[in-house]
Design a protein around this ligand. Structure first.
Ligand code: GTP
Ligand code: MG
Length: 201
């Protein structure tokens, strides 16, 4: 798919104030600092569409971007950032949970996972929660530029094996690097396919 236009629409702390839910929507979630905002910039070919930072905790709101005047890409705050106070963390987690459970035009959630780490409890538990709530999602491994080809393979296998403990099948997985622009076509083609095959009410 070609991205001809990508524009920032609005930031919100509350799902009820998000734009009308009349278009296909895809949101990016994951631990703080995993590379959500960077991935959105890489996918859209725009350096500073979504704001990124070296320190975790940069994105604090639900950010809507309209793509090709047709569908939404959404940048979300990260979860599990230990250094914020408990109340701040609780607030983000409420924003995220509300958004995920209430946004009825959300076609697929892209769960970003740092490919450099062994499967982390917090990511596994989050995906468990998505499964329990029937939220459609796929996994997107980030920062693959830090891994060799065999390490990438190993990463996908580790998650696959770990998840088979609780799941009958494991979700689809993409290997990406915003730095090296890896996985761009694959992710965009997947979105394109969903845009064409999934209808919204
Ligand atoms: N090596 C490498 N670094 C990356 C990649 N993607 C993001 N980063 C770096 O990771 C850091 C965090 O990137 P962000 O895109 O701001 O991460 P985020 O998940 O949006 O973070 P929060 O908004 O704080 O939750 C930045 O220093 C990025 O440069 C990647 O593909 N490769
Ligand atoms: Mg961010």
């Amino acid at each position: 798919m070609e991205i001809k236009k990508a524009e920032f629409i609005v930031s919100n702390a509350d799902v009820s104030k998000c734009p009308p839910s009349d278009r296909h929507e895809y949101a990016f979630i994951g631990r703080s600092n995993v590379g959500k905002s960077s991935l959105i910039n890489m996918l859209t070919n725009r350096k500073e569409l979504a704001k990124t930072a070296v320190k975790p905790g940069k994105t604090q709101l639900i950010n809507h971007f309209l793509i090709n005047n047709e569908w939404y890409m959404v940048d979300l705050p990260g979860y599990g950032y230990a250094r914020t106070s408990k109340s701040t963390r609780g607030k983000f987690e409420k924003i995220i949970c509300d958004y995920i459970l209430k946004r009825d035009n959300l076609i697929c959630l892209f769960v970003l996972i740092d490919s450099r780490h062994k499967p982390l409890q917090i990511d596994l538990e989050f995906m468990e929660w998505l499964g329990e709530n029937g939220v459609p999602f796929v996994m997107v491994f980030t920062k693959a530029d830090k891994l060799t080809a065999s390490e990438r393979q190993r990463c996908i296998e580790d998650y696959h094996n770990m998840m088979l403990d609780t799941w009958e099948t494991t979700p689809m997985a993409f290997m990406t690097s915003s730095e090296k622009r890896l996985g761009r076509e694959e992710v965009l083609d997947y979105i394109d396919e969903l845009n064409r095959t999934v209808s919204i009410e």
